[in-house]
Design a binder for this molecule. Structure first.
Ligand SMILES: Cc1ncc(COP(=O)(O)O)c(C=O)c1O
Length: 371
């Protein structure tokens, strides 16, 4: 089937572009003897996680426990959960995961550690963890210079096993152009180095030193401390990655296929894709360099300047040849958000539909903890 015969809006995935992206990052990691454990919250698909492993990814980083459980069921050996757990229901799920696979949590708080340890002790399970290092995002994490004091304090928890350190330089999304990325790479590598050097000097063995994001990957891949990288968005890329030249248009693998359904005013075209496909995301951390709500492929004159739930409004800068009934491919601003708005991607090669890719681990896709 040709993609232009599909009912719109539809979320398309160019499989050739996506495979190129997975391979490109794995090849670079291999060159430096590094591992990639991709952040899977970008795609939330068991099929794509398996594909990443086929190309050489050796573990996974998850954004939800749903993702971790699904990947464990699918046989994944090494799974890390990116965010701290602090409630009984989550801790129980962590313990169950530890029984099933090599599951690693991240910790940055002693009260949470105490609660996890108490449950682990009761269940006779050891829980592996890394200490989150704040590399400048100022979200989770202990300051690099406090890593030893924190690790020392964690020694009281006998059922928690120290594995190393992790960080995420997510503040890189403040960068407005390619040259600005380097500053965040330096934040990432220097924070990790401060923590790693101090921990080693204090006698800690660092089995895991993990970090990463898509924009900082290329600058930090040669770092002497980081062993495992966690890019997520790289599998699809998007308009945000285009804005810092982290990806080219042919590396943006996800599109929203939309139809022009109205031309009610001279400078106004309406498409049948709105916030429920494209997402309202315009970038994180106060970055206002992204204008509008996506990049219309092949039509630099079009700007999607406003979205309501099911439709988008476009202005024309200069001349355009589009007309009502035409179909357009729109690269979303943030593919991770778009991906979470569909049950399946339409996998395409060129203009032909190849197969549907199940998005089987979306947010709230499990009712497990509800009786
Ligand atoms: C903790 C953590 N690690 C890694 C990533 C992946 O970053 P990116 O999508 O920029 O590759 C994210 C994404 O938000 C994250 O929260």
């Amino acid at each position: 089937m040709n993609i232009y015969e599909i009912y719109t809006p539809a979320i398309l995935l160019n499989l050739d572009y996506m495979e190129h992206n997975i391979k490109k990052y794995c090849d670079e990691a291999k060159k430096y003897g590094k591992e990639i454990w991709p952040m899977v919250k970008t795609h939330k698909s068991t099929e794509l996680a398996k594909l990443q492993a086929e190309y050489g990814c050796t573990g996974y980083l998850c954004g939800t426990l749903d993702e971790a459980e699904k990947l464990a069921e699918a046989g994944a050996e090494h799974i890390m959960y990116a965010y701290p757990v602090a409630t009984d229901v989550s801790i129980k799920r962590v313990i169950a995961l530890c029984r099933k696979t090599d599951f690693i949590i991240r910790i940055d708080d002693l009260d949470a550690a105490k609660a996890i340890n108490a449950y682990a002790e009761k269940e006779g399970v050891c829980v592996s963890y890394t200490v989150i290092i704040n590399a400048g995002l100022n979200r989770f994490g202990v300051l690099p210079e406090k890593a030893v004091a924190f690790a020392d304090a964690m020694k009281q928890f006998k059922n928690l096993v120290f594995k190393g350190i992790s960080s995420h330089p997510g503040h890189v999304y403040s960068a407005k152009c390619h040259d600005e990325i380097q500053k965040y790479v330096e934040d990432e590598c220097s924070s990790i180095a401060t923590a790693a050097d101090a921990l080693r000097a204090a006698g800690y063995e660092l089995e895991i030193v993990s970090s990463g994001s898509t924009p900082t990957f290329w600058g930090s891949i040669a770092d002497k401390n980081i062993k495992i990288y966690h890019p997520g968005n790289y599998i699809f890329n998007d308009t945000i990655q285009l804005s810092t030249e982290t990806a080219t248009e042919d590396e943006c693998a996800m599109y929203v296929l939309a139809s022009v359904i109205s031309h009610p005013q001279e400078d106004l075209y309406i498409v049948d894709a709105g916030a429920k496909c494209l997402g309202l995301d315009q970038g994180a951390h106060g970055n206002d360099s992204i204008k509008g709500f996506g990049t219309v492929k092949g039509h630099p004159e079009l700007e999607v300047f406003s979205l309501s739930e099911e439709v988008g409004k476009m202005h024309v800068h200069g001349k355009t040849d589009i007309k009502v009934g035409d179909k357009l491919l729109i690269i979303p601003n943030h593919s991770c958000s778009t991906a979470n708005l569909t049950n399946y991607y339409v996998g395409v090669r060129g203009d032909e539909v190849d197969h549907l890719v199940n998005v089987d681990i979306r947010g709230n896709s499990t009712t497990k903890s509800i009786k």
